[in-house]
Design a protein around this ligand. Structure first.
Ligand code: UDP
Ligand code: MG
Length: 326
């Protein structure tokens, strides 16, 4: 029987505080799985340095020379979590049977990696890690996340609730993923579209054990906004509806004013006039802005820019040290 080669992909942006511990813990997970003959001995942990400005890359280099499980690629600049993850997945894909993605801060429970592999052996192509409880997140993050999933569902976008980017994907699922060529990448929305047999594994999400979150509120909001506008045109439809409704309202108001005029109750009401101008003007601006947002998306998609560039690749070198490869 052939054991699958597993690669664990870990995007890292300024994670020098957590790197050592993460590498240590993931290595011991791989070692255990290998001893229990769940995976092949060629399995690796692939750290993706997403243009960190601290010492993350030198730590990765150092660790990869000491620890056979550890390898890494360095991106040419910071491209954000989703693109960094994609860089890792696409690099790992060619040389693995399955790939697990996980954050560098080990907030996701690494002991369920074994369950992922068990599911893979049972024939599942995608295994989603789903958080059981979110009590370690702040109340604010918890309620915004809940609101986000509800909003997405309303708009017809089916995400796996409480699943972040902790998941296993088989090689063939990854091959399918590479056919999704959109520039605005939102993996959580795309992966469920791939299909295949999928399973969920529940786990408890922990605190970040060191370092700070790289997702401040501003990034979170733009992530949510991107997620919605990349997958749904409901917001545009909503604006059209609001526009139609407010036009109807102003027609009624005009009718009312006309009747008042006929009855001789001439109004000197500038207030109502001003209010409606502001209201309609505001709605129009909102509509134009929203349409602009979608046009911007189209603009970005048509450029077909590469989503990342790999500056140094320790992984492929080790795996296939062909003479012509630098
Ligand atoms: N990350 C990245 N590029 C970025 C921001 C974050 O590769 O521009 C990585 C980060 O190092 C971590 C993961 O994405 O491994 C998730 O980030 P974080 O833990 O800060 O997010 P949170 O858990 O707070 O949502
Ligand atoms: Mg985190």
């Amino acid at each position: 029987m052939k054991y699958p080669i597993l690669t664990i992909v870990v995007p890292c942006f300024n994670e020098e505080e957590v790197f050592k511990e993460t590498a240590k813990q993931l290595s011991s997970v791989l070692k255990n799985l290998e001893e229990q003959t769940f995976i092949d001995s060629k399995s690796k942990i692939l750290f993706v340095d997403d243009g960190s400005s601290d010492g993350t890359w030198s730590l990765i280099e150092e660790e990869s020379s000491l620890n056979d499980y550890v390898t890494g690629i360095k991106l040419s600049r910071n491209v954000g979590h989703q693109n960094a993850l994609l860089a890792g997945l696409e690099t790992a894909k060619n040389m693995s049977d399955c790939v697990i993605s996980i954050d560098a801060d080990l907030q996701d429970d690494i002991s369920v990696i074994k369950d992922f592999i068990v599911k893979y052996h049972e024939g599942y192509d995608i295994v989603y890690g789903v958080r059981k409880r979110r009590e370690t997140d702040t109340f604010f993050k918890r309620s915004t996340a809940r609101g986000f999933y509800r909003l997405m569902r309303k708009m017809g976008i089916h995400l796996i609730p409480d699943h972040a980017d902790f998941r296993l994907m088989s090689k063939r699922a990854l091959d399918e993923l590479s056919h999704y060529q959109e520039a605005n990448l939102f993996l959580r929305g795309i992966v469920p579209l791939i299909g295949f047999k999928s399973a969920k594994v529940m786990y408890d999400r922990k605190e970040r054990f060191a370092g700070t979150s790289k997702y401040p509120l501003k990034k979170m909001l733009s992530f949510a906004f991107d997620g919605i506008t990349s997958f749904s045109v409901t917001p545009i439809r909503l604006v059209t509806l609001i526009g139609a409704f407010s036009s109807l309202l102003s027609i009624c108001a005009a009718g009312y004013a006309f009747i008042q005029e006929l009855l001789g109750h001439t109004e000197s009401g500038w207030t109502s006039l001003m209010i409606s101008i502001w209201l309609i003007g505001g709605l129009q601006l909102m509509g134009i802005g929203l349409i602009g947002e979608y046009i911007g998306k189209i603009f970005n998609e048509t450029k077909r820019r590469p989503k990342y560039a790999i500056e140094t690749d320790l992984y492929s070198h080790e795996k296939a040290s062909l003479p012509h490869q630098k």
